[in-house]
Write a protein that binds this ligand. Structure first.
Ligand SMILES: O[C@H]1[C@H](O)[C@@H](O)[C@H](O)[C@@H](O)[C@H]1O
Ligand SMILES: [Fe+2]
Ligand SMILES: [Fe+2]
Length: 316
């Protein structure tokens, strides 16, 4: 089944204002309309159901895909420990795997499918372009946000042999801090029972090894595509604003940006950046659909943004 965005939203008159509530809706070819409601951020009209006919981020619904997603989180919660994250950060900070451009990396995502995602089973390049195009319609002047959206999930290349072929539990899914208590809002929380960090008394309190307001930068967050892409962008000298880097680094940290957990670890700068992350999240989540973006048509625009904010070749 094919779905398409109503083209009228491309009329610049309709998109010139952030608060403007645009009229786009998803129209499925069989004449079936996906219901939408306005989620109240940036006027983005979010669909109520995902491509599988369920509400978004429903981790309890009975389905085959759900079982796979639950098994994913079981592994993720058992194997992601404080020491593991520390080791991975050190290893990947070397950026000694290969050299390539941002666009070359986007193309590699053609081969990547994310097993943690209950809302999407398309190759990841579709998701990158859908997110970027959706946010571009509502925030036409924030070109850094368009590029942030395009690259936010590039870290998923960690699944590929050239990048170490990490298991899914070490690359995708929501993220959470290590070194302090696991918050109840974390998806499939029950599986932490078998995590070795549960045996370390220093990690069992609200602050754990951290102090209130210490800043997220000082917190170990479970290892995956967020932190890796943040490292790549930063170490290669991107000129993206801080908010862009923050979005990349914490976009899977749903316990924070959705549930408000761990806010006591943020500093003032984090609180400012969080506002942009919350805007971004609507697009990341609700633009997931069977809509195909015409890659060749939009490529020149994104190439110009890449040239503006990144060197031609990056170390990965
Ligand atoms: O399953 C998804 C997917 O892996 C996304 O890329 C990630 O950002 C989300 O947090 C997660 O829930
Ligand atoms: Fe992601
Ligand atoms: Fe994403």
């Amino acid at each position: 089944m094919t779905v398409c965005f109503d083209q009228s939203v491309q009329d610049p008159q309709l998109v010139d204002n952030k608060n403007h509530c645009n009229t786009h809706e998803l129209v499925l070819e069989e004449g079936f309309m996906v219901p939408h409601h306005n989620v109240g951020t940036g006027g983005f009209d979010a669909p109520e159901i995902n491509a599988f006919g369920h509400t978004f981020r429903d981790y309890d619904v009975e389905s085959e895909r759900q079982k796979q997603v639950e098994e994913f989180y079981r592994m993720n919660h058992i194997y992601q420990t404080y020491d593991y994250v520390k080791k991975m950060r050190e290893e990947y900070k070397k950026l000694d795997k290969l050299e390539m451009s941002i666009w070359e990396c986007c193309e590699l995502l053609n081969e990547v499918v994310d097993e943690s995602d209950p809302d999407l089973d398309e190759p990841q390049i579709e998701h990158l372009l859908q997110t970027a195009e959706a946010i571009r319609k509502d925030y036409p002047d924030e070109d850094w946000l368009h590029l942030t959206a395009l690259i936010h999930d590039l870290g998923k290349v960690l699944l590929l042999p050239r990048f170490g072929e990490l298991p899914q539990w070490a690359v995708v899914g929501d993220t959470h801090p290590l070194g302090c208590a696991f918050d109840d809002s974390i998806v499939h929380h029950k599986y932490f029972k078998e995590n070795p960090d549960m045996n370390n008394p220093a990690y069992q309190t609200k602050n754990g090894i951290y102090s209130e307001g210490c800043g997220l930068e000082n917190v170990m967050i479970s290892w995956g595509h967020d932190d890796y892409m943040y490292l790549v962008a930063k170490e290669n000298g991107t000129t993206l604003p801080q908010a862009g880097l923050f979005i990349i680094r914490y976009h899977s940290f749903y316990p924070l940006h959705r549930s408000g957990a761990y806010k006591h670890l943020m500093n003032e700068e984090d609180a400012e950046n969080l506002k942009w992350l919350q805007i971004f999240n609507k697009y990341d989540l609700y633009s997931k659909s069977k809509v195909r973006v015409d890659v060749e048509k939009v490529k020149p625009y994104y190439m110009s943004l890449i040239a503006k904010y990144f060197p031609e070749k990056l170390r990965w």
